[in-house]
Ligand binder design. Structure first.
Ligand SMILES: Nc1nc2c(c(=O)[nH]1)N[C@H]1C(S)=C(S)[C@@H](COP(=O)(O)O)O[C@H]1N2
Ligand SMILES: [Mo]
Length: 349
């Protein structure tokens, strides 16, 4: 793994090592904001509170005894591919590896909320992690002191497909990925998938916590006015795993270009590839069956040019909702949601 930060720990695998739809857990990227919390499983409780009828405090064994559900979901950090931004952006210098797909097993959030009983005015569900600290100053307005890592989803999302996961790829969740329990919000940027979950707070108003409205938020234009908006759904995106950036490829040879494509709450319909910097495009072959909120691997057989030189490869995904990747980064997204067609430069020798 490439170490992007030691403390808090931020790791990404070399994306060029992509092989399968399911990312092995030890190759799954890690993004912490604070030092990892130490959890004593005997005294640990998941508290469900706020606009509910009955307050709950569930122990680990009680949660494991609830009905089990498994989902396959791709998680991507909202800052993934930040090194492609020109001029360079502040923040973690992700290349392509801030993404992975795992089988998550746990209990549906809706099941737990049903047990607690929702109050009529409930509209938002906030997740709090056990970890806390002071965010790194980066020019944004800072909270007054230490805060917990918190994120929310609207009640409609909470009741549809959100999972409280205790297993990843068939094994107990590791400390890195949120043991004993983490949220999985399928189809959303991974910031919403709170690790080391300790509290679920049902609220009757939109949540405005630091990681909801200041960080991991962007300016969206509504009626001509910029409105601070939380980052939610994954944007349609394809990434090239092979060749790597600056790879040297043989001229006049067949090269198997390989990568992945994904989109939030939608499915990948097609991936097109350009080997001439975006002048011409040809369809790539999609390899695995389409499954909601799971990436699709694709390949493209490239007959490399006769002459030595350099060229730029670009992949462009389109989803079943008709969304396709832009050629340029949307400046309103600042240094997040980086999903324009990412240029991979190669040398031909
Ligand atoms: N409690 C807590 N949850 C968290 C975070 C965190 O720092 N603390 N990081 C978030 C972000 S920004 C990402 S991208 C994912 C990373 O999940 P992973 O480390 O399992 O890959 O967790 C999210 N959940
Ligand atoms: Mo992230």
């Amino acid at each position: 793994m490439i170490i992007l930060s030691k403390q808090p720990e931020v790791l990404e695998p070399p994306f060029s090592e992509l092989e399968d739809v399911i990312t092995p857990s030890e190759k799954f990227y890690v993004r912490d904001h604070f030092s990892r919390p130490e959890i004593d499983i005997e005294s640990w409780r998941l508290s469900i509170e706020g606009r509910i009828k009955k307050r709950l405090a569930l122990g680990y064994e009680e949660i494991r005894a609830l009905p089990t559900t498994s989902i396959t979901a791709t998680l991507e950090c909202a800052g993934n591919s930040r090194t492609f931004l020109v001029p360079p952006a502040k923040g973690v210098k992700w290349e392509l590896g801030g993404i992975g797909t795992a089988v998550w097993e746990g209990v549906r959030l809706s099941h737990v909320l049903d047990q607690a009983g929702l109050a009529e005015e409930s509209s938002e569900v906030i997740f709090r992690g056990s970890d806390m600290g002071e965010p790194e100053p980066d020019g944004k307005p800072m909270p007054a002191g230490a805060i917990h890592f918190e994120r929310s989803v609207p009640l409609s999302k909470a009741m549809s497909d959100v999972l409280l996961a205790y297993k990843m790829n068939g094994q107990e969740l590791s400390a890195k990925h949120g043991y004993p329990l983490r949220v999985i919000v399928p189809g959303w940027y991974a910031v919403a998938s709170v690790k080391w979950l300790s509290n679920i707070i049902v609220s009757d108003e939109p949540f405005t916590g630091f990681y909801q409205s200041v960080d991991y938020a962007y300016w969206m234009e509504r009626h001509g006015q910029p409105v601070r908006t939380p980052i939610t759904k994954l944007q349609v995106k394809a990434a090239i795993a092979r060749p790597r950036q600056d790879e040297v490829v043989r001229r006049n040879a067949a090269y198997e270009v390989f990568g992945a494509a994904w989109s939030g709450e939608s499915e990948i319909e097609r991936v097109d590839l350009s080997t001439d910097g975006g002048v011409t495009w040809n369809p790539a072959t999609l390899l695995n069956e389409s499954q909601i909120n799971t990436w699709r691997l694709w390949s493209f057989r490239w007959q490399t040019p006769d002459a030595p030189g350099t060229t730029t490869l670009l992949a462009r995904a389109t989803d079943t909702n008709g969304n396709t990747q832009p050629m340029q980064h949307d400046r309103n997204h600042a240094d997040y949601m980086i999903h324009f067609c990412l240029p991979i430069k190669v040398q031909i020798q």
